[in-house]
Design a protein around this ligand. Structure first.
Ligand code: AMP
Length: 324
């Protein structure tokens, strides 16, 4: 990829260009080529042997999508055929949200296939959920890898913030990995598109909510915004830097709420760099008005990420220059 032709403005002169400086960064294939809303059943090969995951809607299977431009590995969310209309509508809403999004750090929806069951066809992120990947690969994943992955998540979330979408379920379990170097945000089941004049979504009733990931205003006033996604990003960072650890240990939801209201926050995970813990704590600013937005959070992630990759490069160059 020619990164030099599509440079972002803010690359400092004294360092090398990194792939992410490019506005077209996407080391994965370009699924836009095959982006269609309606997929024919004859275009899909479903591997019944491999189940990637499951939920109350049904299961996610591995498959292949055949198109004029080639074959692609895909993940297929298959709705259980006996599922009620409500679940079907939920899946259609998720598909509608995903259809409006196009960003390298967000799982792309390739289309819907209506056949023996309703199927949501997505690009494949074969290394699976971030929390599981990190707890299974503690010895090989470096802190720099985690910084890189969380920087990518912050860029995907900045894109969502710009498009006025709230995710409402950002957590390490919903960040999927293509590989150790490449993360994508997934699971738009709870997501909402905000109206042009709104900056938050008000839920009428509380549902089965991931309370440990939710900001105080979500729990107290049912108000969801990009700023409440920022709080969840902080929890996701904590999970990542603790290599898939469970936030707030054994505390139950109400206990966590009291803990936060009394001004407490989770401690810095052992492997986590101080500057990354500082970002987490900013994300956990009680009042959403005072909390940074994703524009600010992604700038902090970029500046730290680039500072450590530059340092590694300089150290490498110094070692190579040393006489033997
Ligand atoms: P979800 O209901 O969207 O959270 O999906 C359930 C599980 O299916 C996830 O935790 C993943 O393990 C797997 N999965 C979902 N989407 C994909 C994808 N695009 N690529 C690979 N695995 C996926």
């Amino acid at each position: 990829m020619d990164t030099h032709r599509h440079l972002e403005k803010d690359v400092p002169k004294n360092r090398e260009v990194l792939p992410m400086d490019s506005s077209v960064f996407n080391p994965y294939h370009n699924p836009n080529e095959v982006r269609k809303f309606n997929i024919q059943r004859s275009q899909l090969l479903i591997d019944d042997e491999v189940e990637l995951g499951s939920g109350n809607f049904g299961c996610v299977k591995k498959g292949t999508l055949k198109t004029d431009s080639g074959q692609y590995d895909v993940a297929i969310k298959v709705l259980k055929s006996d599922n009620e209309k409500l679940v079907q509508e939920e899946m259609m809403r998720e598909a509608e949200i995903m259809h409006q999004l196009s960003n390298p750090f967000i799982v792309r929806m390739l289309g819907l296939c209506k056949a023996e069951s309703l199927m949501l066809v997505m690009e494949m992120a074969s290394a699976g959920p971030l929390n599981k990947f990190l707890s299974n690969n503690k010895d090989t994943v470096t802190v720099e890898d985690i910084v890189n992955l969380m920087h990518q998540v912050s860029m995907g979330m900045k894109y969502l913030e710009e498009k006025n979408f709230v995710h409402r379920d950002l957590a390490a379990r919903n960040v999927l990995l293509v590989d150790q170097q490449y993360a994508k945000i997934s699971d738009f089941g709870l997501s909402k598109a905000l109206g042009a004049d709104d900056n938050y979504y008000k839920a009428r009733t509380a549902g089965k909510w991931p309370l440990k990931w939710y900001a105080p205003e979500c729990i107290n006033f049912h108000k969801f915004s990009s700023k409440s996604d920022v709080w969840s990003f902080g929890i996701t960072m904590w999970e990542a830097f603790s290599y898939g650890g469970k936030p707030y240990k054994k505390m139950k939801g109400p206990e966590v709420i009291r803990f936060i209201d009394s001004g407490n926050r989770m401690e810095c995970p052992p492997a986590c760099p101080e500057r990354m813990y500082a970002v987490m704590k900013e994300c956990w600013t009680y009042k959403h008005e005072d909390r940074p937005d994703f524009k600010k959070v992604s700038e902090s992630m970029q500046s730290y990420h680039y500072s450590i990759s530059n340092k590694a490069k300089l150290e490498g160059a110094a070692a190579a220059a040393e006489p033997i």
